[in-house]
Design a protein around this ligand. Structure first.
Ligand code: FES
Ligand code: FES
Length: 150
């Protein structure tokens, strides 16, 4: 599997979730386990720029390029900088998944307008829960990363 631009391999059962391959086999522990049933978004990674819940994605079905929070790329770096500028993080547990869902949104909709940005953010981020309630700062950071007023 290609992870963050590098070919990586390991020997696991084909139904092993991508989450555990990333964490246990590849040492990429920025991807977090929350619920394990695709309900919280903490384990979100990108596969070919689409947000994917890695806790319920068997490695045998991962055909595209995987990007984790440890990855690089212009959009990911822009979103991470906006997160820093807005001081979004509280405990941090959910934030890798939040950031990657935001990157997926901006990759799919690079020309978000001020008119529709809030609706698009609500739709794209609705599957990412934050127990610390950082939602207002997340929304401001995405607006900044989209080149809009916070
Ligand atoms: S751990 Fe995957 S969605 Fe919660
Ligand atoms: S920052 Fe703590 S759960 Fe989101």
């Amino acid at each position: 599997v290609n992870v963050n631009g590098k070919p990586m391999s390991c020997n696991v059962e084909p139904d092993t979730p991508l989450l555990w391959v990333l964490r246990d086999n590849f040492g990429l522990t920025g991807t977090k386990y929350g619920c394990g049933i695709a309900r919280c978004g903490a384990c979100t990674v990108l596969v070919d720029n689409q947000a994917v819940r890695s806790c319920v994605t068997p490695i045998e079905f991962v055909a595209g390029a995987v990007t984790t929070i440890e990855g690089s790329g212009a959009t990911l770096q822009r979103v991470q900088q906006a997160w820093l500028d807005e001081n979004v993080v509280q405990c941090g547990y959910c934030q890798g998944g939040q950031i990657l869902s935001a990157v997926a949104l901006l990759a799919a909709r690079p020309w978000l307008t001020a008119k529709d940005v809030d609706d698009e953010i609500d739709r794209a981020m609705s599957g990412n829960l934050c127990r610390c309630g950082t939602y207002p700062r997340i929304k401001r950071a995405i607006r900044i990363a989209a080149g809009l007023q916070p």
